[in-house]
Write a protein that binds this ligand. Structure first.
Ligand SMILES: Nc1ncnc2c1ncn2[C@@H]1O[C@H](COP(=O)(O)OP(=O)(O)OP(=O)(O)O)[C@@H](O)[C@H]1O
Ligand SMILES: [Mg+2]
Length: 258
C-alpha cells in the first residue's frame, strides 16, 4: 500500500462543521434533517475538495442535545442513566447516517466515524488516536464525524462538541475551520454580522436554554482557542449553494481573530 501514501491533494486541512442549528430544526426540537441544505453544502464541498483536503463534522442538534438534557448527561454519568447514554449514541448515529448518505448521493466520498471510539477524557484532558482516520484521508476519503458523548474517567461521560473537535486536528495539519450555523455569523446587539471578532469586541451572548454545549458562547470559546493555535476560523451561515465558497473567500460570516 506504500504507493497510496501522501495522496492528499493539499496537506493543509480544512475543517467544516455543519451546525446542528443549520441541518436540523433544532429550535423546534424536531428530529428532522434539512435535506436541501445538506445537499447544497455537500455540493460546495465537492467543488472545494478538488483543491483542498477536507475533514467534516456535523452538530447533533436535537438528536444529541435533547436526550443529553433529558438524562442530565452533561452533568456526567450516574447509575440509571445507561439507557440515556445508549439513546444519545443511537440518535446521533441515526443523524450521522442520514447526513453521510445525503453527502454521498451528492458525490462526496465521506467516511463516517464516531468520536466515542476515538476520543476519551482522561484526568480532565482529552486524548484521541486519529492515525487510522488520517490514513483514510490518504485514499482521498473525507472523514465525517459529529458531536457525541465520550467516555470520561472522572465524570463517566462527557459531551464532545463538534466545535471542539478541530482543536485536536491541529497535528493533522489543520489550516482553517468553518463553523456553519443558522445565523449568518456572530451578531451584534443590533442583529448585524460582526465581520471580525476578537476577545475585545464580543457581544452579549445569552446562554441558550436548549443547548448543552453553550450555543454561540461555547462555539466562540473553541474558536478563540483554535485561533490562538494559528488556525484561521470563520463562523457563518448557509442558505444556498455557493454560500460556503463565498465564506472561504472572506465575503461573508465572521472571522475570529486573537
Ligand atoms: N450574538 C449571537 N450571534 C449569533 N448567534 C447567537 C448569538 N447569541 C446567541 N446565539 C445563538 O447561538 C445559536 C447557534 O449556536 P447553536 O449551538 O445553537 O448552533 P450549532 O452549534 O449550529 O448547533 P449544534 O450545537 O447542535 O451543532 C444561534 O442560533 C443563536 O440562537
Ligand atoms: Mg452548538
Amino acid at each position: 500500500m506504500k504507493g497510496y501514501k501522501l495522496l492528499l491533494k493539499n496537506p493543509r486541512v480544512l475543517y467544516v462543521k455543519l451546525g446542528g442549528s443549520l441541518i436540523t430544526p433544532k429550535k423546534e426540537g424536531a428530529f428532522e434533517v434539512r435535506e436541501r441544505i445538506v445537499r447544497e453544502v455537500a455540493d460546495d464541498l465537492l467543488r472545494i475538495s478538488r483543491e483542498r483536503s477536507l475533514f467534516l463534522a456535523h452538530g447533533a442538534g436535537p438528536f444529541g442535545h435533547a436526550p443529553v438534557k433529558m438524562y442530565k448527561l452533561h452533568e456526567g454519568f450516574k447509575p440509571g442513566r445507561e439507557l440515556g447514554v445508549s439513546e444519545t449514541s443511537i440518535r446521533v448515529m441515526e443523524l450521522s447516517l442520514r447526513i453521510a448518505s445525503l453527502m454521498r448521493e451528492e458525490g462526496l466520498p465521506v467516511l463516517p466515524f464516531h468520536p466515542r471510539s476515538t476520543f476519551r477524557r482522561i484526568g480532565g484532558g482529552t486524548i484521541c488516536d486519529l492515525s487510522a482516520v488520517r490514513a483514510w484521508m490518504d485514499l482521498n476519503l473525507v472523514p465525517l464525524t459529529h458531536g457525541d458523548l465520550i467516555y470520561d474517567d472522572e465524570r463517566g461521560v462527557s459531551v464532545l462538541s463538534a466545535d471542539e473537535i478541530p482543536i485536536y486536528l491541529v497535528p493533522l495539519g489543520l489550516e482553517e475551520a468553518v463553523f456553519l450555523a443558522d445565523v449568518p455569523g456572530v451578531l451584534n446587539e443590533d442583529g448585524e454580522v460582526i465581520s471580525e471578532i476578537t476577545e475585545a469586541n464580543i457581544p452579549d451572548l445569552g446562554r441558550s436554554a436548549y443547548d448543552v454545549t453553550g450555543a454561540m458562547r461555547g462555539k466562540l470559546e473553541a474558536a478563540f482557542q483554535l485561533a490562538r493555535l494559528g488556525v484561521k476560523v470563520r463562523i457563518a451561515g448557509f442558505s444556498e449553494r455557493g454560500d460556503l465558497i463565498r465564506v472561504l473567500k472572506g465575503e461573508s460570516g465572521t472571522l475570529v481573530r486573537v
